[in-house]
Design a protein around this ligand. Structure first.
Ligand code: AVI
Length: 328
């Protein structure tokens, strides 16, 4: 593998591997050190995340599933109250096991819509394009493979129907609150008056419940974090010894920030592509991920601060998770 260490001329697109390399070097040479959690999701990371969602301690998936199975009719009604002919655009659909309940209900209600799942992974999109028509033969769908904003613009160019955007799974929590606001404003700038956005938020709750969800006994979340080091070893010819790092999650109930770190167990050097040496002090952390938790009031504030009108939040019976519907 060749890795280019200098920036190409402006306007020349970087290869994904070069961007990965530059992001990793930037993060590991910064003080304090960090890595971007969006890189967790290689093939092994996807599998580990599937396993996390099955973990006893990891509640968000079950909570949002309850909302989608028990309240699909109410969600469909809330959409139908705004529009009966629209484009339904889902950002990061995964295997659509949650949204399929809403799709089914929307079809059942007789609404006229096309489903556009958007994902950066070609694998996700091709799997959906095969599986969904088998389960929902009446569904009109068109998978889009690419960056969220580019693909949302693409849908806007293809049709002038109102848009209903879905951003579920508490993925917004993997942004800091400042970045989350920036993301919402950017989405807002792609939308027209009357369009809807439904965002999934993991809510603040007893701190122990949250911390346990990121510190499962079976060690899957630990393996999920360490897998990024393995990915860096493989793709960027690095020599991390994953036994020399320990997963350390923390939750701050004041700010709602749940953060994961990998702590260097000894003073050590790690080499990347044979030309960059990263020095670790004993017990030095790498910040790996944020999973921000919000109160319902904070979700309302976020809508208002980013140009949306908050309509309703659908919450599970425990009150642990919310899918919030906002209107432009
Ligand atoms: C994808 N995202 C919403 C998950 C979360 O809860 O922040 C990723 C995850 N990280 C550790 N466990 C799950």
């Amino acid at each position: 593998t060749t890795v280019i260490h200098t920036l190409p001329a402006p306007g020349v697109a970087l290869e994904p591997l070069e961007v990965f390399y530059q992001d990793v070097v930037r993060g590991l040479t910064a003080t304090p050190k960090y890595l971007d959690s969006k890189y967790f999701y290689d093939a092994a990371g996807d599998k580990l995340f599937q396993q996390i969602m099955q973990c006893r301690e990891y509640y968000p998936t079950d909570c949002e599933m309850e909302i989608m199975t028990e309240q699909a009719a109410q969600i469909a009604q809330a959409i139908a109250a705004q529009t009966t002919s629209f484009d339904l655009v889902e950002l990061g659909p995964g295997d659509a096991t949650k949204s399929i309940h809403l799709l089914e209900q929307l079809l059942h209600t007789g609404l006229d819509f096309t489903y556009y799942p958007i994902d950066i992974s070609t694998n996700v999109i091709s799997t959906l394009e095969k599986a969904l028509p088998e389960k929902l033969p009446a569904l009109q769908m068109q998978g889009l493979n690419g960056e969220y904003f580019e693909m949302v613009q693409r849908v806007a160019e293809m049709s002038n129907r109102p848009k209903v955007l879905l951003f579920m799974g508490a993925n917004i929590g993997n942004f800091t609150p400042i970045m989350a606001r920036k993301f919402c404003r950017q989405l807002r700038s792609c939308m027209q008056p009357g369009d809807l956005l439904m965002v999934g938020f993991d809510l603040k709750k007893h701190p122990k419940i949250i911390l346990n969800a990121y510190n499962d006994e079976a060690g899957i979340t630990s393996a999920f974090n360490l897998n990024l080091l393995t990915r860096i070893n493989r793709e960027l010819q690095a020599d991390f010894n994953t036994d020399m790092f320990e997963h350390y999650p923390v939750y701050d109930p004041m700010t709602g920030a749940c953060k994961s770190y990998l702590v260097s167990l000894e003073e050590q050097d790690v080499h990347l592509c044979n030309d960059v040496t990263i020095h670790f002090q004993q017990h030095e952390p790498i910040h790996m991920e944020i999973s921000q938790k919000y109160s319902l009031e904070e979700t309302t504030q976020m809508a208002l601060q980013t140009g949306f009108q908050p309509l309703t939040c659908f919450t599970d019976t425990k009150g642990w998770f919310a899918d919030c519907m906002w209107k432009v």
